[in-house]
Design a protein around this ligand. Structure first.
Ligand SMILES: [Zn+2]
Ligand SMILES: [Zn+2]
Length: 253
């Protein structure tokens, strides 16, 4: 994407100079993404601005583009990113600008009852504000067109050059992990991990894995680390709750 440039808009008697960025905007569904130039968002209290290095494209994004999942439009999709901290909102002390980070699709508010109980995955505000309304937790989106039209955010709206993310969802990336490849840690990796580790609960079971794709290699690696034996298994060993993550033979591929 192009480097940031500047765009001047009239604001009453004043002229504001705003930094611009490219973002992939979904204006209507079913429909395609179009690159638009929109203002770089500004982080508010408790938020961090991340310069996006990479963003995974998830099947959930495709569901929204095909109008199979309802979401407010126009919107910027993309919910698993890696990048570098660009600036901190008020009240945020770190990670400091320049830190390499990853962010996951569930952005816990850190204040609601489920968050307090350690169930970030059930965060009330995330589902009520972001998933239903496309906003962050003050009830507004950080993205807009230059004409003022609000643009909904699917999670942090990662398919853009910059993304505002609640500080509760910004994690430093270990130095040994490459920045771009690590974007999938934010959805593909931990949803697969959840299926293998919690939904399937097959500790001690065996599995068969031809490892023909990245996802299958990923699941195989997880199975091995959990301690599963690598050989053919019976479909009866796989609980129905975990089967969507498994191959058609019922093996953890
Ligand atoms: Zn996803
Ligand atoms: Zn919460």
């Amino acid at each position: 994407m192009k480097n940031r440039d500047h765009h001047t808009i009239a604001a009453g008697d004043d002229s504001l100079l705003m930094q611009m960025m490219s973002a992939a905007v979904l204006a209507a569904a079913p429909g395609a993404l179009r690159i638009e130039r929109i203002p770089v968002p500004e982080p508010r209290a408790g938020e961090i601005l991340v310069k996006v290095s990479a963003c995974g494209v998830c099947h959930t994004d495709l569901h929204i583009m095909k109008a199979e999942v309802a979401f407010p439009l126009p919107a910027v999709l993309g919910h698993e990113i890696s990048g570098v901290v660009a600036s901190l909102g008020p009240g945020v002390s770190g990670p400091v600008p320049g830190t390499r980070v990853v962010s996951a699709f569930i952005m816990p508010c850190g204040q609601c009852s489920p968050c307090g109980a350690g169930r970030d995955d059930l965060c009330d505000k995330f589902f009520a504000m972001n998933r239903l309304r496309g906003t962050l937790y003050d009830g507004s989106s950080r993205l807009r067109r230059t004409d003022g039209t609000a643009i909904a955010m699917y999670s942090m709206a990662g398919l853009a050059e910059f993304a505002v993310v609640p500080a509760t969802d910004v994690f430093p990336l270990p130095a040994e992990l490459p920045l771009e490849e690590s974007a999938v840690l934010g959805c593909a990796v931990f949803t697969a991990y959840g299926a293998v580790r919690h939904a399937a609960d097959l500790r001690g079971a065996s599995f068969k894995s031809p490892a023909r794709s990245g996802r299958r290699r990923l699941l195989r690696s997880m199975c091995e680390r959990i301690g599963w034996k690598r050989r053919a298994c019976s479909a009866r060993q796989i609980p129905s709750t975990a089967r969507p993550q498994m191959c058609r033979h019922g093996c953890a591929n």
